[in-house]
Design a binder for this molecule. Sequence first.
Ligand code: ZN
Length: 439
Amino acid sequence: MEHVDPAGVGSSPTAVGFGQEIYDLAGRLFPICRSITGDGVRETLDVLSGHIDLQQHEVPTGTQVFDWTVPKEWNIRSARITAPDGRTVVDFADSNLHVVNYSLPFKGILPLNELRPHIYTLPEQPEAIPYRTSYYSPTWGFCMAHNHLMEMSDEFYQVEIDAELKEGSLTYGEYLHRGQTEREFLLSAHICHPSLANDNCSGLALLAILARTLRTRRTKYSYRFLFAPGTIGALTWLSRNETRAQLIDHGLVLSCVGDAGCVTYKRSRRGDAFIDRAMANVLRHEPGAKLMDFSPYGYDERQYCSPGFNLPVGMFQRSVHGTFPEYHTSADNLDFLRPDCLQNSFRILNDVIDVVEEDWTPLNLFPKGEPQLGRRGLYAALGGHKSSGITSMSLLWVLNLADGQHSLLAMAERSGLSFKELAAAATLLSEHGLLDAPL
Ligand code: ZN
């Protein structure tokens, strides 16, 4: 199924099977109760390790990471609210969203009016359980459907959260695909959300499968896959890899890559980095795709693009986080993911990798006037060669812009043609001795 194309053109794996495989892997990750620390992260990394040889890191509680400190490790065994007649009203076992992530342990009998401030609902989406966290301000709480809360009419409830906050560690995983150079392409996904499918089981699963399919490809760049808890995990990686971070030439943060919405790319803080141009070019040919300028709100691009690093890292997603009703609720479940959309996201990432890997700056060896294409059998290419994706316009654009000042990506930007098509045309022209050969 995997294939290596030494010419580099069209080397994206396009088999339809990847979307289903990514979906199935997201489905395995979905039930696990993750947080920014704890056994759920380890279990998730163990599942991903079934696909790639992940390195797991443990960073002790109390470790200083820039202006932040690695928090105590949180684990939860059970939590429930019980009515006086012994009926279970809310049970963590039914959904891990029912407990505010990082809740302190608690046990007691409370009147409803004292319990009420610890319960979070979404009155506008009365059937959905919200997702809430409280990592850095110690408290406890439950989340439930608003309609469900409205049915609670007893005077007292028994509450028990069997959770633990202890000196432990923060866990993250990384995998490095070594290329011919040490320069890196960073692909990063947050691993801290519990049962939320699009945000971000989709990103974790897609990156794991992408890393696996990349194994057989010879690349110029080294590809670093990072699976770390949001914010604190990215900060931890950066603080332990300050020098290494300088090797990052391209980067993408991934989240929400499996819903049916159109794809979105948010540019890096630099705005004109190669990855920004490559993504813009690939998305130019995707129906409905959106490009957004950088803003210091979102996922871990906030850390990678902080002024002390200013890395060329953008963010790739489908529907923009926070804008769809399923976001951060129990409605972000496996029904919200679509294998064909996961496959589309996967293919787009492969197309971008192709641009990063295969861009070069050709030089026309016959720059005075147009070279005579008919004599070289390239007139056929002008009419046909559709199967190889080469059109007459792509040959003419490449010949015209091959002045040593335009890379294939710059040609794609100027001509409006796809990178893939121009790369194929450049290969054909260099095979016929009209361009210098790629390095
Ligand atoms: Zn989120």
